[in-house]
Write a protein that binds this ligand. Structure first.
Ligand SMILES: NC(=O)c1ccc[n+]([C@@H]2O[C@H](COP(=O)([O-])OP(=O)(O)OC[C@H]3O[C@@H](n4cnc5c(N)ncnc54)[C@H](OP(=O)(O)O)[C@@H]3O)[C@@H](O)[C@H]2O)c1
Length: 167
């Protein structure tokens, strides 16, 4: 099973501010949906609480230390360790589990060497925020694909979709 991170980060590594996304990038949201649809997702409790609707066709494993935590949507399940989500996805015959953040979850998944692929939207701007994508050892990753786009009318900044595979 592939275990993939999907994220969008600014040039200074910001991924979030005040528990939300510090930009308006509808093209990235569309890419997120297209890429993750039909797959299980694994998400930190703080990011999960930013959802205002269940993500269609993407059941979530919500990582929390709170043993009595009830996910707000019935398609979703609570997990207490990262590896539990991975195990449960495997039991469902998932072929690609998506780790969708936030910062704490990305860091732990990378530190534990669990990640096989990363879909990183590189946002071409310095942005203020309070949550960051962790540094990772670039030499351990191969860039498989990179597509560059200009902001256009709808997106705040120019951006690139970069797809990494672990060497
Ligand atoms: N740009 C992007 O692509 C992107 C994607 C996702 C999120 N974000 C942004 O990232 C920010 C949120 O990230 P964050 O780092 O603050 O929080 P987070 O990673 O979403 O969630 C952190 C929570 O996960 C739980 N947790 C973490 N490690 C755990 C472990 N080992 N075992 C059990 N539970 C664990 C804890 O929940 P409990 O406190 O309940 O125990 C912790 O408070 C927001 O601003 C969001 O908008 C950005």
């Amino acid at each position: 099973m592939k275990i993939s991170i999907i994220t969008a980060r600014s040039k200074n590594g910001v991924i979030g501010s005040n528990n939300s996304l510090p930009w308006k990038m509808p093209s990235d949201l569309r890419f997120f949906k297209q890429t993750t649809i039909g797959h299980y997702i694994l998400v930190g409790r703080k990011t999960y609480e930013t959802f205002t609707v269940p993500l269609p066709d993407r059941p979530a494993f919500v990582l929390t230390t709170k043993s009595d935590y009830e996910p707000k949507y019935k398609q979703d399940k609570t997990i207490s360790i990262l590896e539990e989500g991975i195990q449960k996805a495997k039991e469902q015959n998932e072929n690609e589990l998506f780790i969708i953040g936030g910062g704490e979850i990305y860091k732990q998944a990378l530190d534990k060497n669990l990640i096989t692929h990363m879909y990183i939207t590189e946002i071409d701007a310095i942005v203020e925020g309070d949550t960051f994508f962790p540094d990772f050892e670039e030499s351990e990753w191969k860039i498989i694909r990179k597509d560059d786009f200009t902001a256009g009318e709808k997106n705040d900044y120019d951006y690139s979709f970069v797809f990494y595979e672990k060497k």
